[in-house]
Design a protein. Sequence first.
Length: 311
Amino acid sequence: MAAIQITNVEKSYQSAGKRLQALGGVSLQIEQGEFFGLLGPNGAGKTSLISIIAGLNRADSGTVLVEGHDVVKDYRNARRNLGVVPQELVFDPFFTVRETLRLQSGYFGIKNNDAWIEEIMENLDLTNKADANMRALSGGMKRRVLVAQALVHKPPVIVLDEPTAGVDVELRQTLWKFISRLNREGHTIVLTTHYLEEAQALCNRVAMLKAGKVVALDSMSALIKRISGSQIKVQLAKGELPAGLQHLLIAAETNAAQRQYVLRVTHHDEIEPILASLRTSGCILEDLQIQQADLEDVFLQIMGSDKGEVQ
């Protein structure tokens, strides 16, 4: 059984008399214990999809199952299996941190779980703020409490919607250490973030949304290797780039006037023929760097394509 099963989900909104499609037939399967990244530019449909998974919004068509429970027909059990950290800072200003977490526990019918609450607060560095009123906390501390609220009922599936937006490096490190531990213990993690280096470091598999559709879905390593390849940065002391290599040129990163060229390659076995071509053309190398492409390269390539790549 998949942790989250999304099948042909569509969602549209009416705005100023116009129909705006947020999701256009999204299908995804997130397996048990995965650390899964859901990526895309603003307006791609990520938050709409998360709202549907959390039962806060209803799809026009299609189904979503959380741990086998339909989010519409079996909302109570679906929600019990899900912890969601929202993008917005939503909090009750009349309670302390500890009281807030106890109240959140009560919503799920959980009593006498102070030991787990204390453990969450310790792992999120909230212990010294346990008796502070929520309205007195900084934005970063409030976001820590949102994470803690999502975890009080020990959900098997945790969805993090931009959890580190606008927070400091210390919180990011603290949060990812704790979330990674939960993932190792078997929790399924779904992450949306604009910090692509975080997604690359943490996620095993990634789906990219563009205009409400899935345009890429694969493991992190396969996605980077297949779509973007590597880059060779060449600084020539003498000569010009041969015509036979022009099709590999990444124009946006090249400065031909200074004989600095950036070439894209898919496999490392393409490097020697490139060097041979440079030697045959009489070029003299001053510097050579080989860089593995990263998730940002993949993201920009897919989002810049007219059709994207569906897997």
